[in-house]
Design a protein around this ligand. Structure first.
Ligand SMILES: [Zn+2]
Length: 247
């Protein structure tokens, strides 16, 4: 029987993401715990969950040792783009391929999956062409919020949505009762793909004392709830990698 859940983690830098949106946020002074604390926690769970990390290529060298440890423990490394920008309107295949090759060269593992940084689909070329371009760039599956269906040359493993809400996201789960998140996971037609962010586990988020704007407050408040929700879900349902999921 396949697991009911695929836990995925987008591995990226919180501060770079804020800078891309035009906000400069002071980094917290304490040394971060690093992603290996997430790995230790997963290994300690009785269900032995396996997760997929969607890694931003230009951030990967910063956390290389942690990524190597994840891969060695049977977790999957996938691409979250060479950078955390929007999908480029020209040269998309090269951009996609670069994201994959950066990780393969750095870590020496094959990369089969892709998730775009913003779940976007290129506006000018559309979904059909985008799926073809993913295959051309060497990917076997995509995990985003769109579905082309049987015509797609790559497997589609979309994130969990429920009543129009992207409830698979930890950022949404922190705002909802746990029972609603668990019920949506349980009721999914195929493995429920949940997505979290590395900064919810690695100790790099700014402290509340650094919050200077309502926008940043929305980003940071309640994020402490996200990791415990992920632990409760993986303890109940287990987790398998997207690469192994039967969709
Ligand atoms: Zn991201």
């Amino acid at each position: 029987m396949s697991n009911a859940l695929c836990m995925t983690v987008d591995v990226e830098d919180f501060y770079d993401g804020m800078a891309a949106l035009g906000h400069t946020v002071a980094r917290r002074a304490e040394a971060p715990k690093g992603l290996v604390s997430l790995l230790d926690r997963l290994e300690a769970q009785p269900t032995k969950p396996k997760v997929t990390l969607f890694v931003v290529g230009n951030y990967a060298p910063t956390v290389r040792d942690d990524l190597v440890a994840f891969a060695a423990a049977g977790h999957e490394i996938a691409s979250h783009g060479p950078d955390h920008g929007r999908l480029p309107s020209g040269g998309l295949v090269e951009w996609l391929r670069k994201g994959r090759q950066l990780l393969e060269d750095l870590l020496g593992v094959p990369v089969h999956g892709f998730r775009s940084p913003r779940f976007d689909v290129p506006a000018d070329s559309g979904l059909v062409r985008y799926r073809d371009e993913l295959a051309e760039a060497g990917y076997q599956y995509v995990s985003d919020a769109s579905r082309l269906g049987a015509r797609s040359p790559v497997r589609e493993i979309p994130v969990l949505s429920w009543r129009g809400l992207r409830i698979g996201g930890g950022s949404y789960q922190r705002l909802l009762p746990f029972s609603a998140v668990a019920a949506a996971t349980q009721g999914a037609q195929q493995p429920a793909v949940l997505y979290y962010h590395s900064y919810d586990f690695d100790g790099t988020l700014p402290g509340l004392d650094a919050v200077r704007s309502p926008m940043l407050a929305r980003q940071v408040l309640g994020r402490g709830r996200i990791a415990p929700i992920a632990w409760r879900l993986t303890e109940r349902f287990g987790s398998e990698t997207c690469d192994h999921a039967t969709c």
